[in-house]
Design a protein around this ligand. Structure first.
Ligand code: DX5
Ligand code: ZN
Length: 218
């Protein structure tokens, strides 16, 4: 299976965001993972649509936007307009997951659902037809640089089985603590899209290519 690498700009240098994004693009990134936090769903604040709009012209990378916000249905249209390509919501934060996914589709964007460590796959099993991406959190959402939770590997395996049984081409993404040592474990469990923040932006720009290859070929 082709492995796609999605650097998370949460760990980038926000004073040089455009240059950092260009650098990961040139270093072989497949997607750009954009973490949006509202100080409500998670105890942290990051960026919103205006930053996404600003960086849109700096890269051709697909924007994989991870909404860690309450009531995502109120904001998906703004994120689509700002330049998001994939829009991932948390069912734990959504009053109507199916309706929000339908809205994302109607905006011409790819749909994702992300599950916190304690949330069961059962939450999304009934919505698979509306889903293009399942994102399994391998840390508690909110902060970069946390340690990978190896007990999530079983969930990744179960998600891969669910996807196989559905017959649909759903991407399986993992996010949190993905580095050269944990990447082989998530790939073996069935993940095909790997998010990494500190595992890429934690290095000097000149080493982004090495870091990305190490994840991809783990
Ligand atoms: C955490 C975010 C992650 C974060 C990952 O809530 O969803 O995308 O940036 O950071 P690392 O790779 O440093 O664990
Ligand atoms: Zn994320």
């Amino acid at each position: 299976m082709d492995i796609q690498i999605a650097p998370s700009i949460l760990a980038a240098d926000f004073a040089n965001l455009g240059a950092d994004i260009k650098a990961v693009e040139q270093a072989g990134a497949d997607l750009l993972h954009v973490d949006v936090m509202d100080a409500n769903f998670v105890p942290n604040i990051s960026i919103g649509p205006s930053v996404i709009k600003s960086i849109r012209s700096h890269t051709d990378l697909i924007f994989d936007v991870h909404l860690m916000i309450e009531e995502p249905h109120r904001y998906v249209e703004s994120f689509a307009a700002a330049g998001a390509d994939w829009i991932t919501i948390h069912p734990e934060a959504s009053s109507d997951t199916a309706e929000t996914l339908q809205t994302i589709r109607s905006l011409g964007k790819k749909t994702g659902v992300s599950l916190k460590p304690a949330t069961s796959l059962d939450e999304i099993a009934e919505h698979l037809e509306l889903i293009d991406l399942i994102l399994i959190m391998t840390v508690e959402p909110g902060f970069g640089g946390q340690s990978f939770m190896s007990d999530m590997l079983e969930k990744v395996k179960a998600a891969r089985e669910l996807i196989g049984a559905s017959g649909r081409a759903i991407n399986l993404e993992v996010d949190g603590g993905i580095k050269a040592d944990t990447a082989p474990q998530v790939i073996a469990a069935g993940a095909n899209v790997l998010v990494s923040g500190t595992g890429i932006f934690g290095f000097d720009q000149s080493d982004y290519g090495t870091a990305i290859s190490a994840l991809r070929n783990a």
